[in-house]
Design a protein around this ligand. Structure first.
Ligand code: ATR
Length: 467
């Protein structure tokens, strides 16, 4: 009997679509799901001849070519440990487990070490692109043993999205690095989505545009430097109708999350990275979920009346476009800076130009703007801050006043725009040569004798400030 090239475990949306994608690329695929009906359902709906269902894990494993390549697409966390425990007794030296879920990178490092004791390789692979990308070509971020990656590379290259014929997959680095890059990708995605949503609410509540008019604005922007998947889908979302009218007006304003944004921020704190735009975007989701409290507070807490933009609307909208672009640059700059710090801490030797390069197609944050990042990082992989690259310096010079105008106008109207405000705050904090931290150091020394340094001579000092 013909052996399968790879086995996929977990037939929820992502797993099923990846299995179909691999089969479409010509590989023989074994599929397995804990609940048998889901496997049967895949077989009922798919026409691929080279997919074979298995209902016993032993049969599934027996059907695979050696070394066995097993792609896990199960829930992250305990479920991933559970399925690895189920597989472990049957695994042989050289077999490769590939975790394609959104696992926390420290779990990936732990699992990799455990499996290596039995000479089983483990790849922690970030896969972005959602349901559509999984089926038609995702962006793939594999981390783990390079020798194991080389064995699965042909499959990944076949199924990955293509940017100008180049597959959007690149070996990221050792254990945990693939899931780390995916985690930061998701953090950036939170910021991108939050910034776009803030622009939407400004156009709606301050410019007084209809959903159709807002969609048209995004459509025009999507033809310029803001071109991206997220702007494109936003344009389409705003046009979607249901029997009541525009569907967007009936979507409950409570954003949920699966935790990758939170992990990115938690890790930024550990690395001392100033990740305020992504962090505010996570907090914005948390505040959004307090719907009943917000309803109550809206009746109790006062704010200004909104004064609509009535004249020079086109100028305001152009400022808004520039504000969005500069804020996006700042969010990416923070995310990539975090990648640089993690790379140093874990000796991953991350190649930022390759990471930016595989984000250009297949994933949720794909955008034209990433071409700039590829060029910048090709030239200098350890640039201290993207804002200091000549291209982004120039954009900042031209766009910072627009971001400032938008933030001050909208804040005066009492409309919450946490990501835009934090972009500007970061921008101004970063370009400040003399900050207020001298006072903080003096306070620390005053109440806790924590000492301070002086700017006129070297050494460490303590003063009795209250004497
Ligand atoms: P999605 O978000 O796309 O729905 P998910 O929640 O990340 O997917 O993963 C769900 C998959 O993990 C399912 O295939 C599920 O199997 P069942 O259909 O039997 O529920 C699988 N899964 C969850 N816990 C599991 C476990 N302990 N062992 C094996 N598979 C598990």
């Amino acid at each position: 009997m013909k052996k399968n090239d790879i086995g996929v475990i977990g037939m929820a949306v992502m797993g099923r679509n990846l299995a179909l994608n691999i089969a479409k690329s010509g590989y023989n695929v074994a599929i397995f799901n804990r609940t048998i009906n889901k496997t049967k359902d895949v077989m009922l709906k798919c026409s691929e001849k080279n997919i074979s269902p298995y209902f016993l894990i032993q049969d599934f494993l027996r059907s695979l070519k050696k070394p066995r390549r097993i792609l896990l697409m199960v829930q992250s966390g305990q479920a991933t440990d559970d399925i690895i425990n189920v597989l472990t007794p049957y695994l042989n030296s050289g077999d490769i487990i590939i975790d394609g879920g959104n696992s926390f990178y420290k779990d990936t490092i732990r699992r990799s070490k455990d499996l290596l004791k039995n000479n089983v390789s483990f790849l922690g692979v970030g896969i972005s692109g959602g349901e559509y990308g999984a089926l038609n070509g995702p962006s793939i971020m594999p981390g783990g043993q390079k020798s194991a990656y080389d064995i699965v590379k042909p499959i990944f290259k076949s199924i990955a999205s293509k940017f100008k014929n180049q597959p959007c997959v690149a070996y990221i680095g050792p254990n945990g690095s693939g899931h780390y890059v995916k985690m930061v990708h998701n953090g950036i995605e939170y910021a991108d989505m939050q910034l776009i949503s803030e622009v939407y609410i400004i156009l709606k509540n301050i410019v007084n545009y209809s959903n159709k008019e807002i969609s048209d604005v995004f459509d025009i922007w999507n033809q310029g430097e803001l071109n991206s998947y997220l702007i494109d889908i936003t344009k389409n979302i705003l046009r979607k109708k249901d029997h009541n009218g525009d569907l967007i007006d009936y979507v409950l304003d409570e954003a949920v999350n699966k935790g990758t944004g939170k992990w990115t921020c938690q890790d930024a704190l550990d690395l001392h990275e100033s990740l305020n735009v992504i962090t505010e975007s996570v907090f914005a989701r948390y505040v959004s979920s307090l719907k009943s409290q917000r309803m109550l507070a809206s009746k109790i807490l006062s704010g200004p009346n909104v004064s609509l933009v009535s004249s020079h609307k086109d100028d305001f909208i152009e400022d808004l476009r520039k504000a969005l672009y500069l804020s996006k640059i700042i969010a990416y700059s923070q995310g990539f800076s975090q990648l640089g710090s993690a790379s140093k801490k874990y000796y991953w030797n991350l190649k930022c130009h390759e990471i930016a390069s595989i984000f250009r197609s297949g994933c949720i944050i794909q955008a034209d703007f990433l071409n700039q990042l590829v060029e910048i990082y090709k030239y200098d992989n350890i640039i201290i801050n993207l804002l200091l690259s000549p291209y982004f310096q120039d954009i900042s010079k031209q766009y910072q006043s627009s971001l400032r105008k938008i933030v001050s106008y909208v804040v005066k109207q009492g409309i919450a725009i946490p990501a835009l405000v934090s972009s500007l705050t970061y921008y101004d904090s970063y370009r400040t040569s003399q900050s207020s931290a001298n006072l903080i150091q003096a306070q620390r020394d005053c109440f806790g004798a924590h000492t301070y340094k002086r700017n006129d001579k070297s050494g460490v000092y303590h003063t009795n400030w209250l004497e």
